[in-house]
Structures are given as structure tokens and as C-alpha cells.
Design a protein around this ligand. Structure first.
Ligand code: ATR
Length: 277
């Protein structure tokens, strides 16, 4: 029988994870199936546990269940622990569930390997302090930037995230208005503003010469933040497609012990979405 995997979220219809994992399985010769599950907001836990009781080997967990998966897991990887969120559940041989978070690794691999962006020694601004920011902040700190500033519309939430990271380092925090007069080499948007075609209100001049912008969101059209970056003449404007594929590859590796090649999958999705990078 083929090993069973799935992604669970709500909504889930537009998830690209089944396509990505099918491509990884084909490429590596791993014998598995990967489905989409529409998680029920009332009983996500039963849905997830039921999947594993019926022989499922691993789940990807997406919005809005990542925090609930964190509570559900019997043990946690260090990334998941610090993020307070789980995007990957692994069935261990003893029947317990291990929670991992591959989002931060996915972002860092996309930036540093696919795009050869040097994070060490750079000035990074992370916009937003919600679940998406929690998933990536620890990994960004681990790259040894000159500074990491976490800015949020509601400043106290950025402060809370920074307190959460205190064991890993000492990022700065503030409100968006605190960014006036500051400059960064890389601005990463983790806010959900783009869902309403908005961008966080940033002061002029916040991009240093040659700076890059990166939107964790992905869409078949350029996202609002990518469009903003282009208008500001950022040297490179990236959306989250590469991160999406890289976090999937890390999950695949955790489940199967095999690391798939991501470049052909990113290229194929990019062509299919008519959104060349
Ligand atoms: P997610 O899990 O996607 O991170 P979330 O936890 O609801 O979602 O967090 C959403 C983030 O986007 C928050 O940082 C939010 O800022 P507030 O904490 O001030 O609400 C940010 N956000 C949403 N819309 C925004 C907008 N129009 N401008 C700036 N920030 C915005």
C-alpha cells in the first residue's frame, strides 16, 4: 500500500501542496499519495487524529490550524517550539505525533540558496507579528543579521514576539511609524494586508540602495507588496512561491529522509501561474 500524506486547512481548495508533493514523489521515486483535507473548524483535532489512526504517515497543517496542531503534537521540533505553530506532523514509529515547523527554513533556503541573498550581516526588517512572523523570525535571527527589526501596526504584538525570541537573540521591535529615518537591506512582509490588496504603511526611504523585498504571500499575479517593491525600485522583489516549495521540501525530507530538488518544481509552478520570477 502507498504511504498516505495530506494537507489539512480551511479553506484548502487552492492549496498547491498536493501538486508539489506529487512532483517530489515522482522525482525521487517515493511511493506515496498526498491529498487535501478540508479541516473542520470545530473538530480539527479529531480530523487529524483520525487521519493518523487510518494509517496516515504525515500531515501538513495550514491556516487556521497551525496553533492547534502545535497543541496536539506529543513532541515538538525546536523550530515549532519557538514558533508556537506546527506546519508538519510526523507519525513516529511509537505511534506518537511529532510537530515540526518548516516555514522558517523554507524562507531562508529560498533566499540564501535559490537567490543567493546574504542574510548574515544584513539589516532585515520583518513586517508583521502574527502567526506567519512567528514561523520565520527564529530562523532569520539564526542567520546572524546585523540587525533584525520586527515592526507591526500594533507595536505591542511585535514586542511580545521579541520577548518570545529572547532565548535565540535580541531583535528590535516597534510600530510602523518607528521606521522613519531607518534603512534596511531586506524587507520581508509577513502581514496579511495583501489579502485586501493593501501594504503596510511604510515611511519613504526605508529601502537601502540595492535592497530586496520579499512577500511571504504568493499569488498568480504580482502581490501588492511585490508591486510596492517594484514601485520603490527595490533591486529584487520576490513573492513566497519559492518558500512554499522549500517548506514542502523540508517536510518531505522529514517524512521520507530524501531531499527533493526544488528548482524544477518552482519553475513549473511559476510557469503555470504565469508569474515569472
Ligand atoms: P498570520 O497568521 O497570517 O500571520 P495573523 O496572526 O492574523 O495572521 O497576523 C496578521 C498580521 O498582519 C498582523 O501582524 C497584523 O497587524 P496587527 O497585529 O496590527 O493586526 C498584520 N496586518 C494585517 N493587515 C494589515 C495592514 N493593512 N497593515 C499592516 N499590517 C497588517
Amino acid at each position: 500500500m502507498q504511504d498516505r500524506y495530506a494537507v489539512i486547512g480551511n479553506p484548502i481548495e487552492h492549496s498547491k501542496s498536493p501538486l508539489i508533493h506529487a512532483a517530489f514523489a515522482k522525482q525521487t521515486g517515493e511511493n506515496l499519495t498526498y491529498a487535501k483535507i478540508l479541516g473542520n473548524l470545530k473538530h480539527f483535532e479529531q480530523d487529524a487524529i483520525g487521519f493518523f489512526q487510518q494509517g496516515g504517515r504525515g500531515l501538513n497543517v495550514t491556516v487556521p490550524f497551525k496553533e492547534r496542531a502545535w497543541r496536539l503534537a506529543d513532541s515538538l521540533g525546536s523550530e515549532a517550539q519557538s514558533a508556537g505553530a506546527v506546519n508538519t506532523l510526523v507519525a513516529l514509529p511509537d505511534g506518537s505525533l511529532r510537530g515540526e515547523n518548516t516555514d522558517g527554513i523554507g524562507l531562508v533556503r529560498d533566499l540564501t540558496i535559490n537567490h543567493r541573498c546574504l542574510l548574515s550581516g544584513s539589516r532585515i526588517l520583518l513586517l508583521g507579528a502574527g502567526g506567519a512572523a512567528r514561523g520565520v523570525a527564529g530562523q532569520l535571527l539564526a542567520q546572524g543579521p546585523e540587525r533584525l527589526f520586527i515592526a507591526n501596526r500594533t507595536a505591542v504584538k511585535a514586542q511580545a514576539l521579541v520577548q518570545r525570541l529572547s532565548r535565540q537573540g535580541n531583535p528590535e521591535w516597534g510600530g510602523l511609524e518607528d521606521l522613519a529615518g531607518q534603512q534596511f537591506d531586506l524587507i520581508i512582509n509577513s502581514t496579511s494586508a495583501g489579502l485586501n490588496a493593501e501594504v503596510p504603511a511604510l515611511p519613504d526611504g526605508v529601502l537601502a540602495p540595492g535592497a530586496w523585498v520579499y512577500d511571504l504571500m504568493y499569488a498568480s499575479e504580482p502581490t501588492a507588496f511585490v508591486t510596492w517593491g517594484r514601485a520603490q525600485h527595490a533591486a529584487k522583489c520576490l513573492d513566497g512561491l519559492g518558500m512554499l516549495v522549500e517548506q514542502a521540501a523540508e517536510s518531505f525530507y522529514l517524512w521520507r529522509g530524501v531531499r527533493p530538488e526544488t528548482a524544477p518544481v518552482i519553475a513549473a509552478l511559476s510557469r503555470a501561474g504565469n508569474n515569472p520570477r
